[in-house]
Write a protein that binds this ligand. Structure first.
Ligand code: HEM
Length: 146
């Protein structure tokens, strides 16, 4: 049981003066049963052993995710802010940096950078439509007067 303490690192977070414990996916996968139930959500490690019976979505769904990264399933359900607040009390540490998915931060960047470009596209289309309208109107008025 105490093996994960040997493989995981304790790193002093000097900015907050607290010790953050880092766990590898291997450490976490050892806690895959009812008496010791760990899972990862957004690179944070939670020991939800005491929450299994209380989970409104049932303990089965939690047990399916146990010992692994449950971020996707957690987000797919669209958990409320209340659910996210409950998470805090089961926090035990961070996922080891080497085991984090590289794409996580990139996805967020891609999403935010996509937004302004779609805005500009719509604006350009609106201006183009206005220009066409004005030219059409100019010619029809000119034809009538000549
Ligand atoms: C330890 C982390 C989790 C906490 C603290 C948590 C908490 C909650 C809470 C408070 C609810 C009630 C609805 C809400 O407030 O959103 C809920 C519902 C639910 N949860 Fe979780 N949950 C966790 C992880 C998961 C995971 C990993 C799954 C995987 C599929 C899951 C599946 C569900 C489902 C299916 C419901 C029912 C949704 C419904 O009936 O509308 N939960 N959870």
């Amino acid at each position: 049981m105490g093996e994960e303490t040997a493989t995981s690192e304790e790193v002093a977070d000097t900015s907050q003066d607290v010790c953050v414990k880092y766990y590898t996916l291997e450490d976490i996968s050892e806690h895959n049963n009812r008496s010791s139930t760990w899972l990862v959500i957004h690179d944070k490690v939670y020991d939800v052993s005491d929450f299994l019976e209380e989970h409104p979505g049932g303990e089965e769904v939690l047990l399916e995710q146990v010992g692994s990264d449950a971020t996707e399933s957690f987000e797919d359900v669209g958990h409320s802010i209340d659910a996210r607040e409950i998470l805090v009390q089961y926090y035990i540490g961070e996922l080891h940096l080497n085991d984090r998915r590289k794409s996580n931060s990139k996805e967020v960047l891609d999403e935010s950078s996509g937004e302004p470009s779609s805005w500009t596209t719509w604006l350009m289309l609106a201006i183009a439509a206005l220009a066409v309208g004005l030219v059409y109107r100019y010619y029809t008025v000119e034809h009538k007067s000549s």
